[in-house]
Design a protein around this ligand. Structure first.
Ligand code: UD1
Length: 418
């Protein structure tokens, strides 16, 4: 099994280019099931989760050509699709459940495996099913599969989510855009990845518009066009490397990004005393002195993302005093803490709150992680630790970070995969 070996305490400098967003690519790929036209997608991050989604869509029957060099996908369909998503393709990636909405909208039925368990929490799909039932689907769960059908096709409806979910909002939109008539979805998630999916759907010919901050109006259609779309940059990858730069950077430049999308994160870094310069499409981080302690709470966008919680914890280890993280989205998302403690971190967990005491001098150790963002937080910790850190289970990182070692090595980090 592959490992990463990192020798810490190197000063980083240079520039890092940010890949396309994994979490925007996955629902956009699911959306291509709606159409028989040719779709060209650019700026695709070729990470494991994206390959898993491509394999699922190929299994269902789409033709997908990958150009690795230009990070482009060309997707077309010239046969009737299967309406099944099997367990072996959903057990490692929950976003596979996003094919449910489009298959149901187009073929009036779908059999999709319930996604596998997950280290960070229970992660049910009840809100996905709630939305599809509102659109007229009949749903049964049997033998680990969701059986959904809508004999006369899905019909537009009013969907008011009881709580905010990214995936359920995506599934509801992907079903409603081809349902008969008008749908209003309220209390929906408004993550930039969902907004990118909506831009994509509009280009494709869908009639979909925001009519309030968390309210979307959709008029169903089945008339689509051939289109090209460039996927938005990965704001979580950017946030991760901004934190790396704040931890160990002398001067690191991030080009072709939209700082407006990550205003919450930038504001927090400034509050922590990080020297950061914002230009229109560029961010620069300079070496900072003292880091200030802060308290944060994870929340749906535009709040602080749960997907950056493990990473910001490492910067809190450098801050003077006690910082507090309240994790409001997933119930079991402090799995990186025991490993960080082995590196010398002083962190106490009480229910969904982590109390992080700094500044601490971390020391390298052999560690392993249980999910994508937890793994990358160990990489960040290793960058500022004494000696050598060995990170096991690198496959978690490969699910969501494109060329991680290459990008860090370009900034002079001492990181190698064996
Ligand atoms: C997406 C992101 C993930 C991110 C998360 C929160 C993708 C592929 N994944 O995951 O990286 O961490 O948003 O920003 O984009 N919930 C229910 N019932 C449901 C669905 C969700 O109770 O049917 C709960 C979840 O358990 C969780 C909360 O709602 O507590 C938010 O989850 P959700 O926004 O759905 O996350 P995902 O879409 O799975």
């Amino acid at each position: 099994m592959q490992k990463l070996i990192i020798k810490g305490k190197k000063k980083l400098s240079g520039s890092i280019s940010i890949s396309g967003s994994k979490n925007a690519t996955l629902p956009i790929l699911a959306a291509t099931l709606l159409t028989d036209k040719v779709i060209t997608l650019k700026n695709i991050p070729l990470v494991q989760d994206v390959h898993t989604m491509i394999n699922l869509l190929k299994f269902i029957g789409l033709n997908i050509e990958i150009s690795k060099k230009s990070k482009t996908l060309k997707i077309s369909s010239n046969r009737k699709l299967k309406t099944v998503a099997p367990y072996n393709l959903l057990k490692t990636m929950r976003a596979g459940v996003l094919v449910l909405g489009p298959l149901l909208a187009k073929y009036k039925k779908a059999k999709v495996s319930l996604p596998g368990g997950c280290a960070i929490g229970a992660r049910p799909v009840n809100l996905h099913l709630f939305a599809l039932e509102k659109l007229g689907a009949k749903i049964k769960i049997k033998n680990g599969y969701i059986y959904a059908s809508a004999k006369d096709g899905l019909k537009g409806s009013i969907i008011k989510f009881p709580s905010i979910s990214v995936g359920a909002t995506e599934n509801a939109i992907l079903a409603a855009v081809s349902a008969k008539g008008k749908t209003i979805i309220s209390n929906c998630a408004i993550e930039p990845e969902i907004q990118d999916m909506i831009i994509f759907l509009k280009k494709m010919g869908c009639n979909i518009n925001f009519v309030g901050k968390r309210k979307i109006l959709i008029i169903g259609t089945r008339e689509f066009k051939n289109i090209r779309h460039e996927v938005i940059f990965d704001r979580i990858e950017l946030g991760t490397y901004l934190i790396a730069a704040a931890l160990a950077g002398k001067k690191i430049i991030f080009l072709k990004v939209k700082p407006k999308i990550i205003e919450t994160e930038i504001k927090l870094l400034k509050k922590m005393g990080i020297k950061i310069k914002i230009d229109k499409n560029k961010i620069t981080i300079f070496e900072s002195g003292k880091v200030n302690n802060v308290n944060i709470k994870t929340a749906p966008y535009p709040g602080f993302p749960t997907d950056l919680q493990a990473q910001i914890m490492i910067l809190m280890l450098k801050a003077s005093g006690v910082s507090k993280i309240t994790e409001n989205i997933f119930e079991n998302r402090f799995m990186h803490v025991p490993e960080l403690r082995r590196m010398g971190a002083k962190i106490i967990i009480k229910k969904n709150i982590a109390f992080v005491t700094g500044p601490t001098n971390l020391s390298g150790a052999e560690v392993m992680a249980t999910d994508l963002r937890a793994s990358v937080s160990l990489v960040l910790a290793a960058l500022i630790a004494d000696n050598r850190t060995v990170i096991n289970r690198v496959y978690h990182l490969d699910r969501g970070y494109e060329n991680l070692e290459k990008k860090l090595r370009k900034c002079k980090a001492n990181i190698n995969r064996v």
